[in-house]
Design a binder for this molecule. Structure first.
Ligand SMILES: O=C(O)CCC(=O)C(=O)O
Ligand SMILES: [Fe+2]
Length: 248
């Protein structure tokens, strides 16, 4: 298999094309390997994610095919129902005794996922595969993840921040999954990513469109959510190196 991919690259194909070919070859052998290796033999999506994180510290990708539209819509329905029932809580900033709700910094509301409903169980399997796949490729030692829904109502924002403080926390990789159909540029609410080396320089703007994810290194990449002009639904996940949650 490895020999065949080298041949494809030698033949002048770029990495993505070679990956498609490798996937086709891999599909023919998938039945043989399924028992001994739980990770699909070829996972170009995880390869791109790991490459981008290693090179740039962040990326944005589409997960519509990976997760499937029915799962995305089931998750969107859950967070919309939580919003209708007013069951999300105001988010805070800081940990432990420093935890405060500061509306000048962030205005979203959140609800932690427990992984109990069917859509959440399915999502957690995907997240666990991403966790294990990143460990295999980047040796990050990610042990678990935590995830919450978030809603930003019209006018809500989250000012520039890092998701963890260097050396203090064990949030290593942040992943945000967006759950909004037909998000238009005039709806605002973009995730703005700053350059990790020169933090005033914007290096990416992500529209919170259904099925899109933004993934970045939690300790390194400053980011902010620009004010939304309509209710914005998302799900944030942090892959962590510690095994046990710290007390809040
Ligand atoms: O919703 C987003 O785009 C990012 C949210 C965020 O930065 C956070 O929850 O820490
Ligand atoms: Fe954040």
């Amino acid at each position: 298999m490895a020999g065949e991919i080298v041949t494809a690259i030698d033949a002048g194909l770029d990495k993505a094309e070679a990956c498609v070919i490798e996937q086709a070859i891999g599909a023919r052998f998938a039945g043989l390997d399924a028992v001994s290796d739980p990770e699909p033999q070829v996972d170009c999506w995880l390869d791109s994610l790991a490459d981008a994180l290693a090179e740039h510290g962040w990326t944005t990708l589409d997960v519509s095919d990976r997760l499937g539209r029915p799962l995305l819509h089931a998750l969107a329905s859950e967070v919309e129902a939580l919003e209708r029932a007013d069951a999300l809580k105001k988010a805070g900033v800081g940990r432990g005794a420093d935890h405060v709700q500061d509306r000048s910094i962030r205005r979203d509301k959140i609800a932690w996922l427990q992984g109990i409903t069917e859509p959440q169980k399915a999502l957690f399997e995907h997240f666990d595969a991403i966790r294990a796949g990143l460990n295999r490729r980047l040796f990050l030692g990610l042990k678990r993840f935590e995830t919450h829904y978030a809603t930003f109502r019209s006018g809500d924002f989250y000012r520039r921040h890092l998701d963890s403080f260097q050396g203090r926390s064990s949030r290593v990789v942040s992943l945000v999954l967006y759950l909004n159909d037909n998000w238009r540029p005039e709806d605002g609410g973009e995730l703005r990513i700053f350059n990790r080396e020169s933090e005033r320089e914007v290096c990416g703007l992500v529209l919170p469109e259904m099925g899109r994810v933004a993934v970045f290194l939690s300790e390194e990449v400053p980011h902010e959510v620009l004010p939304a002009n309509r209710t914005r639904y998302s799900l944030a996940c942090w892959f962590r190196q510690d095994e046990v949650p710290l007390p809040l």
